[in-house]
Design a protein around this ligand. Structure first.
Ligand code: CUA
Length: 195
């Protein structure tokens, strides 16, 4: 302290509040650094332990011609079996329905879903499975899952997409492998939409 210039009561009060402020600042700095560190360690943990990775294979599609040509024309939607035996379901989401409204899949078989949207962002979620993603205009979303039990599952849109969102849902019928194979021999594309 400079003896020639003793601090007045006012300036020592100012010094004290500056000290309090700098201590508070330091506390918050440490707190924020801890939050950042814990988030970073969560990322490292999920990356290593669950092999979670950012999407590496982004598929784009021209949203204006989805209906007209290519993979998602109406006659190509539904469940198909490729030459390799892989079961692939193709679907389109639009305000406010899925096409097809009712999907057929075999049990105990890996099923790959390929979907896109023609307008808003829609949600894709199948009842009691881990299938959960978003259908986004201009992109193809894929998800592979296996259905362990026969029966019917609900497939609601779970991403708010407009006034009709709550009425937007479809069904998934899980049938036995034998029934699936016999139906697949009769038809090229399967769905369970009643006509
Ligand atoms: Cu589609 Cu909500």
């Amino acid at each position: 302290m400079n003896p020639l210039n003793p601090p007045s009561a006012k300036s020592s009060g100012l010094q004290r509040s500056a000290l309090v402020a700098s201590l508070a600042e330091r506390r918050w700095l440490i707190f924020v650094l801890l939050v950042i560190l814990s988030l970073l360690s969560l990322m490292v943990f999920t990356a290593l332990h669950w092999a979670a990775m950012p999407p590496s294979r982004v598929e784009k599609i021209d949203v204006k011609s989805v209906h007209l040509r290519g993979e998602f024309i109406e006659s190509n939607l539904g469940t198909a079996q490729e030459a390799s035996g892989r079961v692939v379901v193709r679907l389109v989401a639009q305000q406010y329905s899925f096409v097809p409204q009712c999907l057929v899949v075999p049990e105990k078989t890996p099923v790959t879903f390929r979907g896109t949207s023609t307008d808003a962002i829609h949600g894709f979620l199948i009842g009691k499975t881990n299938a959960n993603t978003m259908l986004i205009p201009g992109f193809v979303s894929t998800f592979t899952t296996t259905f362990e039990q026969q029966g019917e599952q609900l497939m609601p849109c779970h991403e708010y997409c407009g006034v009709g969102h709550e009425a937007m849902w479809a069904k998934v019928q899980v049938i036995s492998r034998e029934e699936f194979q016999s139906r697949m021999q009769r038809e090229e594309r399967l769905n369970c939409v009643s006509r």
